[in-house]
Design a protein. Structure first.
Length: 138
């Protein structure tokens, strides 16, 4: 059985205190990075900007989003699918509220899981990547 691929742009959204924001979509359990599907003729950073505005009311400067690489894992909410994420680091000190299909947002210390159910991409790849990239004491 072949695995279908979902291409997304996702944000490692970092607050002033180093915590990272995770979102949970309505009707689901797993928390994940904010972001969403990349349209056919869309650049990943533009998809990210569109999704962050739709989901969180956050308007970003696309030139300030740092590309971190491509990460892939089993999709949290679509059985038999793999999610391939173009990941960008975005810093913000804006207060963020869930909008569109987002039911809940939470800031967590990346050293742990916040006691939450995490999407495989977040749990297995993105949070460990962020932990490894942080400079102690910074």
């Amino acid at each position: 059985m072949t695995c279908k691929t979902i291409r997304i742009a996702a944000a490692l959204l970092i607050g002033p205190d180093g915590r990272t924001l995770l979102v949970r979509k309505r009707g689901t359990q797993a928390f994940m990075q904010p972001g969403g599907k990349i349209e056919a003729d869309e650049q990943p950073v533009h998809a990210l900007a569109r999704e962050l505005e739709e989901e969180l009311g956050l308007v970003i400067d696309t030139t300030a989003a740092t590309y971190l690489g491509q990460f892939a894992a089993a999709a949290a909410n679509e059985p038999g699918h793999q999610v391939v994420a173009e990941l960008f680091r975005v810093h913000t000190d804006e207060p963020l509220e869930p909008a569109a299909e987002i039911e809940e947002v939470v800031w967590i210390d990346p050293a742990g899981d916040g006691g939450l159910i995490l999407a495989p991409l977040t749990r297995d790849l993105i949070l460990p990547f962020y932990r490894a990239s942080r400079v102690p004491g910074a």
